[in-house]
Ligand binder design. Structure first.
Ligand SMILES: *Cc1c(COP(=O)(O)O)cnc(C)c1O
Length: 368
């Protein structure tokens, strides 16, 4: 699908095979571990599913079209991110990670990577940025989860490249319809497809996408040897869900704009963050770099008790971790040991009717 089409068209057609009479638009999941081999010539396109899988290949073709680089899908976002880290880092290397990004990546660095002799440098997403000399890989996460700071991918990538580092961007929160890190100068995109990309809160998925052939080959070999592949049904569900990505994000962004304005107008809510709010510290960079602002808003209700009363009072907001799904959900991050204050809430706007959501949030905040 050529990129001259707009987002809504691209996601509907991404990764679909050429039309064939009598065949479905999106072929169903192929359930196989081994496939029939040619008794004389052996393996053809498909030999064994850990290495070759047609349903996975279709999904990868779709992600390749949307990110602008060949993709490898994984069983989860963590499987994808740790695959990249372990495939490119060696003993004695230093990796730069966001100090305010997804906590499980830092935990992995402080445990497994440290044990392998890989040093970690923690860098805040909004800067200031250090000298990256001697750093092998710089991983950025923008907007950062859960604080929603944004970094200028092109300028940080230029800094990192000047120091000889590879640059990867975690594109989970933005999705490829929100920004294309490869076009902005990153070497690699990593992401969790569990969140807005697939958007129904029903599967785990991750991917690595890159135009760097050497990195692609290392990560592909890593996946083949460790086996962290998604199953056929999850791959198919993910591909099926992609068709509505543009519609889902459009409503989530509209809901987030309305919710952020509502929260910012209330004296009993502090620290409202949404990169689409003109008053937000990330507004200028986000407006320049992003094609749309995600549906995630963060704010502070002061203490854990008030967050609990808010969650009990709401009829439409599910108490849940994760984000990006069609159902609005909210998570008090401190309950997971995240480095956030006790009343900090990450609210993920779903695709409900905007007026219903605003009325429900207003009533629940009044009651709490
Ligand atoms: C959720 C998330 C991950 C991890 O993804 P899983 O699919 O849960 O393994 C990584 N990075 C970010 C920014 C995330 O939000």
């Amino acid at each position: 699908m050529t990129s001259s089409y707009s987002d809504g068209t691209r996601v509907v057609h991404a990764g679909l095979p050429e039309p064939e009479v009598g065949e479905p638009f999106l072929p169903g999941p192929v359930f196989a571990a081994p496939y029939h081999l040619d008794p004389v010539t052996g393996p053809g396109e498909n030999g064994y599913a850990r290495t070759e899988h047609p349903t996975r290949r279709s999904l990868e073709a779709a992600i390749d079209e949307l990110e602008g680089g060949p993709a490898l899908v994984f069983a989860s976002g963590q499987a994808a991110i740790t695959a990249l880290l372990l495939a490119v880092l060696h003993t004695g290397d230093t990796v730069a990670l966001p100090s305010d990004g997804y906590f499980a990546v830092r935990a992995f660095a402080e445990g497994t990577l440290r044990n392998l002799g890989v040093q970690t440098m923690l860098v805040p997403t909004a800067g200031p940025y250090p000298d990256f000399s001697g750093v092998r890989l710089v991983l950025l996460e923008t907007p950062a989860n859960p604080g929603l700071d944004v970094c200028d991918i092109a300028s940080v990538a230029a800094l990192a490249h000047a120091a000889g580092a590879l640059v990867a961007v975690d594109n989970t929160t933005a999705t490829p319809l929100g920004q294309n890190p490869l076009a902005l100068g990153a070497d690699v995109v990593v992401a969790s497809g569990t969140k807005a990309l697939t958007g129904h809160s029903d599967i785990l998925l991750g991917y690595v996408a890159t135009n760097d052939d050497a990195v692609f080959e290392k990560v592909e070999t890593w996946r083949k040897q460790t086996g962290a592949v998604p199953g056929a049904f999850d791959s198919w569900l993910a591909h099926r869900s992609l068709a509505t990505l543009d519609l889902r994000l459009a409503r989530q962004t509209a809901n987030a704009a309305a919710v952020a304005a509502l929260l910012a107008s209330r004296a009993d809510v502090t620290g409202v963050r949404w990169p689409g709010l003109e008053s937000d510290p990330s507004y200028t960079v986000a407006s320049k770099q992003m094609r749309r602002i995600p549906g995630v808003v963060s704010f502070d209700l002061g203490d854990a008790g008030r967050v609990a009363r808010f969650l009990q009072a709401t009829a439409l907001v599910f108490a849940a971790t994760s984000f990006g799904g069609v159902h609005t959900s909210a998570d008090r991050r401190a309950q997971w040991g995240d480095d956030t204050s006790d009343g900090f809430v990450r609210l993920s706007c779903g695709i409900e009717d905007t007026a219903d959501l605003l009325a429900d949030l207003t009533a629940a905040l009044d009651e709490a």
